[in-house]
Design a protein around this ligand. Structure first.
Ligand code: ADP
Ligand code: ZN
Ligand code: ZN
Length: 743
């Protein structure tokens, strides 16, 4: 390839293509290494696009044929240093298009080319004339305000506290030239740091271990539910702040509750900045910019907050590190926990992964000494671990989906003034609508195939049908489409129906339902909890209830209908179910009142249940890790899943067959020089466990290797080949490195 002397920009654009795009620098500027990380406006096809300079260098083609970038957006790089390096590493690791990765690292408004937001806040100060006039001023509100400002410039938020209704007085002063509004960096004012409970010895040991960490130090804070992990984070963050460093805290999407934020705000003595998907773009960009400028000292956020710039990083915390929401499951598939570890290493700071049910990957890393293993084996304060009992419901009549024993336990708990959580991991009214006369059932037309019908879930007391896989909705038929019978019946019980049945059975108590249907908004959950207050009552809900909520009055957790989960084929299904059960059970008895957990099942002898109940999560993890090792699954092997889908069944298969051949070509080219190549195994192509979804046929090819290096060597060769395959044009395909499930 001829090399030309002129330096051009290699620009990353948010398009699903693996390449960078070369442009001449904007008129009047030279391209140089100092431009890497700068946003630039470029012509792309018929439109204009915002790109990020990923590199500079000689053009690969005659630069005369290149288009010129239109304009710089920022005077200096927006992404630089550690964050830029880490994000580029992530692009290589995930084999994702660099433009999509760089774009993901930026808040949406910056991705669109908007300026970095102003993070300053309005404040007021006395002018020189004001200071001179003050002694002679008449008594009144303007004079009161002038007196306050005489003490120094004040943020408006602070004036709200010092002198409610200060604005007319400020206008009066400003009108006479005695005071003026100015813009200041954001106030670092926050409620004075509150004190929490005295750490118990286990907590103190963990806090000390984090304090003593020097540079990069991955730590697993493995503490049972209610053991006071959050207290440990708060102390560690306070230590980090005292050293003058920034702290980043990641929490699961569902864990970022007003309750949690309130606790952070009350304790840290600095403003707590938030970043989550429910925020307006402008607010997310403001948090990002405040962190970039070092103004934000504590950032609490969900998955994408892992891209927060941390020029003065001191600590990263990942709460509920096992949580599936840390993995982005579409588009650019990254794992925020894993990427946070990479950033912590690059930033040379400690990182604390906390969970009562650590992922088997993290547990394995802790046990093998790669992570420091901090244990909190006991509940904090006076709370005791809940008692767990299995109710065998084989051959027992069920009423409202609950056995007689379960209903009696609920009744007893309510009568004693307690709160009851009924956990059922099925949203909607009923999982199936069935014709009692001919056996027809409502299936999703977009997700079913002849071999695999997918029932639609009944909602709205039987009036509506909804597919939980693709979102497809329709009204429920009044008569059977096959036999015209009117005997259509909802089969089975979802949370909606459970709520209805329990409300009828326990009419004297409030019965509230908590699932995705009832709590679309972030504060809806808090409102529901507030509605219940301290009263005796029943909460019916899905796994939304399993996370993080501290319900002091909860004395009974009733788990119904987890049996489906016991027999899933996915390699991670057992781990997920075990985590869910422990987390749900952990909601019980978190305060003075003792808690009890009842688990209703048709499979009381299932080894997973037996191990969990008699040995706890770690006993389960021992067995599961041994099985993963024997079967060659993570953390003992590394996986990459290549998926393809299309409206017809053949093209995805053809694409994956071609991919498999390309892999074979790569391997043959290596051997015998590189025996590592034979480490990479390809399994498939085969239909995905969910073979059709939203009208698309789905297939997969699973690559695995006992070590990471050969897998990535294979992907380095394979991915560029995939883009070039003619079969690729007829499918949507994606690569998922370290998939968390195989669906
Ligand atoms: P986790 O995050 O492990 O679920 P939390 O930090 O939320 O646990 O603590 C659970 C409850 O125990 C909270 O109400 C908390 O205030 C209380 N708690 C935590 N540490 C202590 C302690 N050392 N002494 C008394 N109460 C504590
Ligand atoms: Zn019928
Ligand atoms: Zn569907």
């Amino acid at each position: 390839m001829p090399v030309h002397a002129q330096t051009v920009l290699h620009v990353a654009l948010a398009v699903p293509l693996p390449s960078l795009f070369d442009y001449l620098p904007p008129a009047g500027s030279q391209a140089g290494a100092a431009d890497i990380g700068r946003r630039v406006r470029v012509p792309f096809g018929q439109r204009e696009a915002v790109g990020i300079v990923a590199g500079c260098g000689p053009a690969g083609v005659d630069p005369a044929g290149l288009r010129q970038a239109l304009a710089w957006i920022d005077p200096a790089p927006l992404l630089e240093g550690e964050l830029l390096d880490s994000v580029r590493w992530l692009a290589r690791y995930t084999h994702a298009p660099p433009g999509e990765v760089l774009a993901t690292a930026l808040p949406a408004s910056l991705r669109r080319g908007e300026p970095v937001p102003d993070t300053s806040e309005p404040a007021w100060r006395l002018t020189e004339a004001g200071a001179t006039a003050l002694p002679a001023m008449r008594a009144g509100r303007p004079r009161d305000l002038a007196g306050i400002l005489h003490g120094g410039v004040r943020h408006e938020a602070m004036l709200d506290d010092l002198m409610p209704g200060w604005r007319p007085a400020a206008r009066a002063l400003a009108g006479r030239g005695l005071a003026e509004q100015v813009a200041l960096p954001p106030s670092q004012l926050a409620p004075a740091p509150g004190t929490g409970p005295q750490p118990n010895p286990e907590q103190a040991e963990a806090i000390e271990a984090i304090r003593a960490a020097d540079g990069f130090a991955p730590m697993l804070l493995d503490g049972v539910t209610g053991s006071g992990k959050t207290e440990v984070y708060l102390h560690a963050i306070a230590q980090c702040l005292a050293r003058g460093r920034q702290a980043l805290v990641l929490v699961p999407e569902i864990g970022l509750t007003p309750q949690l934020l309130g606790r952070f705000r009350a304790r840290l003595g600095v403003p707590v900045h938030v970043s989550h998907s429910g925020l307006a773009d402008a607010d997310r960009a403001r948090t990002w910019a405040a962190a970039l400028r070092g103004e934000a000292r504590v950032v609490v956020g969900t998955r994408s907050a892992v891209f927060t710039p941390l020029p003065e990083a001191g600590l990263i915390v990942i709460d509920e590190e096992h949580d599936g929401s840390y993995k982005q499951q579409d588009g650019f598939r990254y794992h925020a926990r894993d990427f946070a570890l990479v950033r912590a290493r690059a930033l040379d700071v400690p990182i604390v992964l906390g969970s009562a049910t650590p992922s088997l990957e993290s547990l394995h890393n802790a046990r093998s000494g790669r992570y420091t293993h901090l244990r909190l084996a006991r509940r904090a304060g006076t709370a005791r671990p809940p008692r767990v009992r299995v109710l065998d419901v084989r051959k027992r009549p069920l009423e409202a989906g609950l056995s007689r024993e379960m209903l009696e336990a609920v009744e007893y708990a309510l009568a004693a003034g307690g709160q009851v959580l009924v956990f059922r991991n099925r949203r909607g009214y009923a999982p199936v609508l069935l014709c009692h006369d001919c056996g027809w059932s409502a299936a999703c037309p977009r997700c079913s195939s002849p071999e695999q019908p997918r029932p639609m879930t009944v909602h709205a007391q039987g009036r509506r049908l909804q597919c939980h896989h693709c979102g497809h909705r329709r009204g429920a038929p009044t008569a059977c489409p096959d036999c015209a019978s009117l005997g259509l019946q909802p089969q089975g019980i979802g949370t909606e129906r459970l709520e209805e049945l329990l409300a009828a059975r326990f009419a004297d108590y409030p019965v509230l339902r908590i699932d995705r249907g009832s709590t679309r908004r972030r504060d809806a959950l808090a409102k529901l909890f507030a509605e219940l207050g301290e009263r005796a009552g029943v909460l019916v809900g899905t796994q939304m209830l399993a996370k993080g909520h501290d319900l002091a009055g909860l004395t009974l957790v009733a788990v119904v209908g987890i049996d489906e989960g016991l027999f899933s084929a996915d390699f991670r299904a057992a781990e997920k179910l075990a985590q869910l059960l422990i987390q749900v059970a952990g909601r019980a008895g978190r305060a003075e009142r003792a808690g009890e957990v009842l688990l209703q099942t048709h499979h009381p002898d299932h080894p997973l249940l037996e191990t969990l109940i008699n040995g706890g999560y770690h006993a389960f993890a021992d067995i599961e890790l041994a099985q993963r090792e024997a079967a060659g699954f993570p953390p003992f092997a590394h996986l990459a899943m290549l998926r393809a889908e299309a409206k017809h069944a053949e093209p995805p298969m053809a694409f994956l067959h071609a991919a498999r051949r390309a892999l074979g070509d790569w391997r043959r080219a290596l051997e015998p020089a590189n025996p590592a190549a034979s480490d990479v195994e390809a399994n498939g192509p085969m239909p995905a466990p969910m073979a059709r979804r939203a009208g698309h046929y789905r297939t997969q090819l699973l690559l695995s290797a006992p070590r990471r290096a050969p897998l990535h060597a294979a992907l380095n060769a394979l991915v560029p080949a995939l883009y070039a395959l003619p079969e690729a044009r007829k499918v949507r395909w994606s690569l998922d490195v370290d998939p968390i499930d195989l669906y």
